[in-house]
Design a protein around this ligand. Structure first.
Ligand code: SF4
Length: 185
C-alpha cells in the first residue's frame, strides 16, 4: 500500500487590532523582522492594521489587542472581537492596565476636551463632536470588558516576547512569559 501524504495542517487565523494605543506595540511586532519567517507558514493574518481587511472576520483563532478601551467604539469592537476569537491576548501595558490612556481618568471628559481642543488650539478652537466616537468616562483595561486568555505586558512588549508568545500559541500552547517581559519593558 502506498504511503499516504500527511494531511496539510490548517493555518492558524491570527488578527491584531488597536484600540486606545499609540501603535508602539504593533511597531514592536514589526521588529520581529526576518525571524517571523520561522513561523509565518503556520498562520494567516486575517485582520489588523498590518493588512487591508475592513471587517473583523468570524472564526479567528487568536487576536492580539493593543490599547485600552476608551470609547463607545472601542467597547463595541472588543465585544465583537471576543465573540469572534477563540483566544484574546491583551497586547501591551495599555491593554493590560490602561497605562498611558488611563492617565486621563483623574480628569473630567469635558476638561480634557477643553484642554486639548480649546486651550491648546492654535486655530479653530472647539471640541469635535461630529463623527468622533464618544469617550467612556475612563480608559479601562481590556479584561474589565471581556475575558482575556493571555496577558503580554510591556510598553511595548519586546519583539522577542511577542515572537515567543506567537510561536507558543501557534503550537496550541498558552505561553509562559515569566521573565520574558515586564510592565514598562
Ligand atoms: S503599551 Fe506602550 S507602546 Fe503599547 S500602545 Fe501603550 S503606550 Fe504604546
Amino acid at each position: 500500500m502506498e504511503p499516504q501524504p500527511e494531511p496539510s495542517k490548517k493555518k492558524v487565523r491570527i488578527a491584531t487590532t488597536w484600540l486606545d494605543g499609540c501603535s508602539g506595540c504593533h511597531m514592536s511586532f514589526l521588529d520581529i523582522d526576518q525571524k517571523i519567517a520561522d513561523v509565518a507558514p503556520m498562520f494567516d493574518l486575517v485582520y489588523g492594521p498590518l493588512v487591508d481587511f475592513k471587517e473583523f472576520p468570524e472564526g479567528v483563532d487568536v487576536t492580539l489587542v493593543e490599547g485600552a478601551v476608551s470609547s463607545e467604539d472601542d467597547e463595541k469592537k472588543i465585544r465583537l472581537i471576543r465573540n469572534r476569537s477563540y483566544l484574546v491576548v491583551s497586547f501591551g501595558d495599555c491593554a493590560v492596565t490602561a497605562n498611558v490612556p488611563g492617565m486621563r481618568n483623574q480628569f473630567k471628559i469635558d476638561d480634557i476636551l477643553k484642554r486639548g481642543y480649546v486651550e491648546n488650539a492654535s486655530h479653530n478652537p472647539g471640541s469635535p463632536h461630529v463623527g468622533v466616537p464618544k469617550l467612556l468616562k475612563g480608559a479601562r483595561p481590556v479584561h474589565e470588558f471581556v475575558n482575556v486568555d493571555v496577558f503580554l505586558p510591556g510598553c511595548p512588549p519586546p519583539s522577542e516576547a511577542i515572537l515567543l508568545a506567537l510561536s507558543e500559541l501557534l503550537e496550541g500552547r498558552i505561553p509562559d512569559l515569566t521573565g520574558k517581559t515586564r510592565f514598562g519593558a
